[in-house]
Design a protein around this ligand. Structure first.
Ligand code: MSP
Length: 512
């Protein structure tokens, strides 16, 4: 097919406040996956952004005494600042108030409206609305009379709406998911989606007349496009749906829409049906991770349990932050954060694990070889290190392609553990006392430095800063950014004579 773009998205976030570590969880995961695909030499588009329309935003602006546009303009930098600090290397950042997005929303609305099947029709809606979700609920959906997600009161809304004939898409959706068994992951989420579809789908309204902060329907300007219809469209806006057909043909369909389970039905039911109705292919995969919990409940701003990422990065650093969340929680399951477990991971895996390996090897290269990588001369001195590396490289790749992020990192740390153990076995510091063992010391340190070179390449997607620092200490001349898997991680790539330096510790130990 000749399509070689890997297109991954995060949800676009409601910017009615600053992000918390729950939002950052999605973005770090997307960035880790995106960077891994770049490491494989693929062209990657990682899209993120903010969802700036809708009643929730209009009310937040009112509460702040500001016009909605001025309000969203003032908040947006607070989100970008967080992504910059967390080293989120997105390729495109969308704000739904941008003209390119408005054009795409009007185009998809028009396409569905004119598809000849009457998929958009006028009706009246009376229902219970949760403004925080921007979604209607039935009495049955409520938990103790409140929104099942936010636990807050819902509002009775009655208005003339245009509806989208979702009910007509059940069979096509089922067929789509049968033909593409991995289109929703993990499998438990796929089963949930299938049973919702089999349980029957209700049409949903795609317009509102009770407020005006949004995109006007092209054929009836009294109506404002429903914020979810507007927001979901961001994924095709950025791919060039309205303004760049060539790019759209190359980039769309997205490979992965990443998100937490709260918004699964919008992505796995509404969105593919909207696209089908507009004559556009659905995304290839919706990947659903769990919640970050606080006290057993989803961390949220509404419940005042949100922790700002800077509260953690200031103490642990960006690399450790990124590593912790991806290594600690099984991707797809809910997980809890604690200061203690974060400190433990930092000290065990980073300070004592990788950091200690690097500092020991670089210090010995300095003391015994004046910081110049020696020639390996003793056959077999590298023991099983090349085999361990090759095996991990292979498994890391499989895990990352399957978005098994925790297992991917666990695999890479098998190299760290093996290499630390190798030093204990070989004891180069003892061998160095005996001049006749110089060749063996050289060979052991060559192998250890080679492991560091390979590790720097492998950890770059998760810890870009630490990888770069390690690379500099190793003194390899080629830029780290030019190194790709699997070619660059083949054993023996480190050139003897490379000038190493023992710089600052990669990960200083933290007090518990
Ligand atoms: N604006 C909508 C998404 C529109 S996408 C077309 C929205 N925004 S949100 O800001 O409320 O949440 C976005 C996403 O942030 C969630 O789906 C989820 O991926 C992530 N998370 C927010 N809180 C989270 C946790 N406590 N834990 C894990 N992820 C969390 O929904």
């Amino acid at each position: 097919m000749g399509r070689d773009v890997f297109y991954i998205t995060t949800p676009i976030y409601y910017p009615n406040d600053v992000p918390h570590i729950g939002h950052a969880y999605t973005s770090v995961a997307a960035d880790f996956v995106a960077r891994y695909h770049r490491l494989r030499g693929e062209e990657v588009v990682h899209l993120t952004g903010v969802d700036e329309h809708g009643l929730k935003l209009q009310r937040a602006a009112e509460a702040a005494g500001m016009d909605p546009q001025a309000w969203v303009d003032s908040i947006d930098p607070k989100w970008r600042e967080v992504w910059a600090r967390l080293d989120i290397a997105y390729d495109d950042y969308i704000r739904t108030t941008e003209p390119r997005h408005e054009a795409a929303v009007r185009k998809i609305l028009q396409a569905v409206h004119e598809n000849g099947r009457g998929d958009i029709y006028l009706g009246t809606y009376e229902g219970l609305y949760c403004v925080a979700c921007e979604a209607y609920y039935t009495e049955d959906d409520l938990k103790d009379g409140n929104c099942p997600i936010h636990g807050r009161p819902v509002e009775v809304m009655k208005e003339e709406n245009y509806f989208f004939r979702l009910s007509a898409y059940a069979d096509r959706l089922l067929e789509h998911y049968e033909r593409n068994p991995s289109a929703v992951q993990p499998d438990a989420r796929r089963n949930e989606v299938l049973s919702t579809i089999r349980g029957g789908l209700k049409d949903f309204s795609v317009s509102r007349t009770s407020f005006d902060w949004g995109v006007r329907l092209p054929w009836d300007e009294k109506h404002i496009c429903y914020v979810w219809f507007d927001a979901l469209t961001n994924y095709i806006t950025a791919a060039g749906y309205a303004d760049d057909p060539q790019r759209f043909a190359r980039v769309w369909p997205a490979n992965i829409h990443l998100m937490a389970k709260d918004i699964l039905r919008f992505h796995a039911i509404y969105w593919p049906a909207m696209l089908m109705a507009a004559g556009v292919e659905p995304a290839r995969q919706v990947w659903v991770h769990g919640y970050l919990l606080v006290g057993g409940e989803k961390m949220s701003k509404t419940k005042l349990t949100g922790i700002h990422p800077f509260q953690l990065t200031d103490h642990f650093g960006t690399d450790s932050y990124r590593y912790y969340f991806m290594r600690e929680i099984s991707f797809g399951q809910d997980g809890s954060f604690s200061w203690e477990s974060m400190t433990e991971r930092h000290n065990a895996d980073l300070a004592n694990g990788l950091g200690n390996l690097a500092s020991r090897v670089l210090a010995m290269l300095g003391s015994y070889f004046e910081g110049s990588v020696p020639e390996p001369v003793v056959d077999g001195a590298e023991a099983d290190l090349p085999t361990v590396v090759a095996d991990v490289v292979c498994r890391y790749d499989e895990h990352m392609l399957a978005v098994q992020l925790q297992q991917g990192l666990a695999a890479v740390w098998e190299i760290v553990a093996r290499a630390n153990h190798y030093l204990v076995e070989k004891e180069p510091w003892k061998l160095a006392k005996d001049d006749s063992k110089r060749g063996e010391v050289a060979s052991v340190l060559y192998a250890s430095a080679e492991v560091l070179r390979i590790l720097a390449i492998l950890i770059r997607p998760i810890m870009p800063g630490a990888a770069e620092r390690l690379w500099e200490q190793l003194g390899v001349e080629l830029p780290l950014a030019s190194q790709q898997v699997p070619g660059a991680v083949a054993w023996g790539g480190l050139a003897p004579g490379t000038k190493t330096t023992k710089g600052a510790a990669l990960f200083p130990r933290l007090e518990s």
